[in-house]
Ligand binder design. Structure first.
Ligand code: ARG
Length: 371
């Protein structure tokens, strides 16, 4: 054994190459080897709470109030399930290992010392779990209806841990009333951003972060506070730099329909939310996303139509894009990518597209600086 000058055994060099580990991913574009794809089993409207209106489309508030704690329409869930199956087949045909969470009861009431709620779904692993390097982190989600969401992934988390992954969870927030700005009022689409989540305890969703090797881009949002970002910064340590960017978004929640790094030197941006390309990306090729084409009548319970930007990279070339989204398919080709179409509009109704619906567990790569 080699000892250093203090007599301690010399540490092995820090882990860099993901290939030796069950969990390992540094970017949004390294070659994808294993991915978790969400499920819509038991998906339902969550218990109504004041954290919802700041992000739900205005025309959905009444629906969420009146159907709180009840399942989403079964025919829509069924249609989304079929699209998920198609998505899984495409991923497998492209050589990716696909894993799924275990359904847990979503309409069962649970309680803490302070409040009760029902759950929502296990459809969006991107929101609940964050992979950075060889570590998988359970996020301190700000919605009471998402308090136990990671339980659906516990069989996978235990398996990854036994195989050598690092598994951690941020401090479980209490989500007391103090966690929410009780005086919150809507600033309006063009008003200044006013966040409903306070700095009472750390909260964040993984989807408010996007990974570019050593640099991780973050935003504060209606579910992610500065306290949460600071917790993550200290937890990850010096190997990573977290950059907090601000966008023109009156109702922010999740960065992956706003700023999407697609490959080294290639960035997709929302044409209005990102009026100016952040200095960090100086020298990158930037494409503004084309206008979305989801028809007005199509139900989108939780998001804007800009889910067209919520793509999944299989490597630096192949990108999964919604099949009927012709403008995006054309734009991707022009931007130098190989689009792979998949039907996903029915899934989109539940609040996300390909990036939200997945968690890249392993991408072959090493820790690099790209910015
Ligand atoms: N807030 C975004 C919008 O309405 C959608 C982001 C969805 N992302 C996710 N990871 N669930 O345009």
């Amino acid at each position: 054994m080699i000892l250093d000058d203090l007599g301690n055994p010399n540490e092995p060099p820090p882990r860099r190459d993901t290939s030796a580990y069950p969990v390992g991913s540094y970017t949004e574009w390294d070659p994808l080897e294993e991915v978790i794809v969400g499920i819509v089993d038991g998906a339902g409207f969550p218990t109504w709470h004041m954290s919802l209106p700041p992000v739900l489309p205005a025309d959905q508030h009444d629906t969420f109030r009146s159907r709180a704690g009840r399942p989403f329409p079964p025919e829509q869930v069924e249609a989304a399930r079929r699209e998920l199956e198609q998505f899984v087949h495409i991923l497998e045909a492209e050589g990716v290992t696909v894993r799924r969470p275990e359904p847990i009861p979503q309409q069962q009431t649970y309680r803490t010392l302070d409040w009760t709620s029902t759950g929502m779904y296990a459809a969006m692993p991107r929101d609940a779990l964050l992979v950075v390097g060889d570590e998988i982190i359970e996020c301190p989600m700000a919605w009471r209806s998402r308090y136990f969401e990671t339980l659906a992934y516990r069989p996978l988390l235990k398996e990854y841990f036994h195989a050598g992954a690092r598994w951690s969870a941020a401090p479980k927030p209490e989500l007391k009333d103090e966690q929410y700005d009780q005086d919150w009022t809507d600033p309006g689409a063009d008003g200044p951003t006013r966040l409903v989540v306070t700095e009472f305890e750390p909260t964040f969703d993984a989807a408010d972060f996007t990974r570019c090797g050593r640099d991780i881009i973050a935003q504060t949002s209606n579910v992610t506070n500065t306290f949460g970002i600071e917790w993550l910064r200290r937890h990850l340590g010096d190997e990573y730099r977290i950059h907090v960017l601000e966008f023109k978004d009156a109702h922010p929640m999740h960065i992956d329909a706003t700023l999407v790094p697609m490959a080294p030197g290639k960035l997709l941006i929302h044409p209005e939310r990102v009026p100016e390309v952040p200095k960090l990306f100086k020298g990158w090729d930037v494409m503004a996303a084309p206008q979305p084409v989801i028809p007005d009548g199509h139900p989108l319970y939780m998001t804007s139509k800009w889910l067209n930007m919520n793509i999944l990279m299989l490597d630096e070339e192949r990108v999964i894009v919604e099949r009927r989204d012709e403008p995006m398919i054309t734009a991707m080709r022009r931007f130098g990518f190989t689009p792979i179409p998949c039907d996903f509009r029915n899934f989109n109704s539940f609040g996300g597209s390909f990036h939200c619906a997945t968690l890249d567990v392993r991408r072959r790569g090493t820790l690099e600086s790209y910015l």
